[in-house]
Design a protein around this ligand. Structure first.
Ligand SMILES: CC(C)(COP(=O)(O)OP(=O)(O)OC[C@H]1O[C@@H](n2cnc3c(N)ncnc32)[C@H](O)[C@@H]1OP(=O)(O)O)[C@@H](O)C(=O)NCCC(=O)NCCS
Length: 180
């Protein structure tokens, strides 16, 4: 069945940088805008997990993610440290331009990357919810989690407002996770 909002999902390339920054500017307040060099470096570090949705006017949504370890948090404005033997897909930035909101694009972008999980052996997906998006992430199967990495507290504190670490299990854990 054709999706009602005409778009295609594809990898982000360096030429998309301005369009991505336009979406970022429309979706975040100044205190949360991340620098062009950082965005570009993330693309180079994790090209296989940075994707965009494109409609007739161009890039209308994006998702920057990278293979990481459960419990680790990326500070605002930091680069992606892709983990060898990653167990988690960390979603760092998901944004949908105002013209494309509420059409299911955010869910489709997340599903698109999570489809790689069995082949990549990711056991979980994690993120920091900002801008009051916890209910949105709950709708996508994420639950509040306890980031246990030593730097996680400082990383969470780099976000303005009530930032919340959230986790979605992708496989049944051998040992129950007490915190999520
Ligand atoms: C959050 C955001 C990505 C959602 O994008 P979207 O394209 O409107 O989301 P979708 O249409 O794919 O919605 C997916 C589901 O979440 C629900 N949802 C969307 N926004 C929601 C919200 N604010 N609260 C609760 N549920 C929400 C939808 O109803 C939908 O549920 P359904 O599939 O069961 O019908 C978008 O609002 C955005 O870009 N916000 C600004 C940037 C931002 O804060 N990103 C998150 C950083 S952690």
């Amino acid at each position: 069945m054709q999706h009602p909002y005409r778009h295609r999902i594809r990898a982000i390339c360096a030429e998309d940088l301005d369009a991505v920054l336009d979406v970022q500017a429309a979706c975040y307040p100044p205190a949360m805008q991340e620098a062009a060099e950082v965005v570009l470096a993330r693309l180079h570090a994790a090209a296989g997990t940075c994707i965009a949705a494109e409609d007739e006017a161009g890039v209308c949504a994006y998702l920057f993610a990278y293979p990481s370890m459960l419990g680790k948090v990326t500070p605002l404005g930091a680069g992606f440290e892709v983990a060898a033997g990653a167990d988690t897909l960390y979603l760092h930035d998901l944004a949908v331009a105002p013209r494309a909101l509420g059409r299911g694009l955010a869910r489709r972008l997340v599903d698109h990357l999570l489809a790689q999980a069995p082949a990549r052996r990711w056991q979980a997906s994690a993120l920091v919810s900002v801008q009051d998006t916890a209910r949105f992430w709950s709708a996508l199967g994420y639950r509040p989690g306890d980031p246990d990495h030593p730097d996680a507290g400082a990383a969470l504190a780099s976000y303005p407002g009530g930032a919340q670490y959230m986790v979605r299990r992708l496989t049944a854990p051998a040992v129950p996770w007490p915190s999520c």
